[in-house]
Design a protein. Structure first.
Length: 57
């Protein structure tokens, strides 16, 4: 299985730092098997994502 980078998030056309090294498991809902991981989004990254979506970044 190929994996996307875990050190950045793609938000509204921009790659941003998640602000944390933590990840979240992505599960197949039918089998509950972990099929991947995605970066957890820290508070600063969440604020940046909101500004990007609002066109303020």
């Amino acid at each position: 299985m190929e994996s996307l980078p875990l050190d950045c998030l793609y938000v509204d056309g921009h790659w941003i730092s998640p602000g944390t090294d933590e990840t979240i498991a992505v599960e197949n809902p039918a089998t509950e098997e972990v099929i991947g991981r995605t970066p957890a989004c820290g508070g600063r990254a969440t604020a940046v994502a909101h500004r990007l979506r609002a066109g303020q970044a």
